[in-house]
Design a protein around this ligand. Structure first.
Ligand code: FES
Length: 118
């Protein structure tokens, strides 16, 4: 894409509070696992890295939501994160959020707008 954005997947691959799509990004000079889910109608993407210990969250590839399909849950020790903001909602994350990535729905695709190298 001309603006440096990158297609992650088709928009219709993301069901509301359903299976996420994993992808890789460059973050602080290294390849890192990331994922995108749909929640409240919008795509939300994060590094796939728990703020408690740097473990991937999904308990099976692409499975990020808790049983109520409300929060993102870390499969290792159960930290819960807001699906829309990445803020810690309880458990071992102890107030530390996920690292959010900028994505949008564009012309039928989920597009990564930029990768934070912060
Ligand atoms: S590594 Fe995620 S809760 Fe501990």
């Amino acid at each position: 894409m001309a603006d440096g954005a990158r297609v992650i997947c088709r928009s219709d691959e993301l069901d509301e509070a359903g299976q996420g799509v994993r992808f890789e990004v460059e973050f602080r000079g290294e390849r890192a696992s990331a994922f995108v889910v749909r929640y409240e109608g919008h795509p939300h993407a994060y590094l796939n890295r728990c703020s408690h210990v740097a473990m991937e969250l999904d308990w099976q590839p692409g499975a990020f939501f808790d049983l109520e399909r409300r929060d993102l849950i870390c499969s290792t020790h159960g930290a819960a994160y807001s699906a829309s903001s990445g803020k810690c909602r309880g458990g071992p994350c102890a107030g530390r959020p996920l690292i959010k990535l900028a994505v949008e729905d564009r012309d039928g695709f989920i597009v990564l707008k930029e990768t934070s190298n912060g």
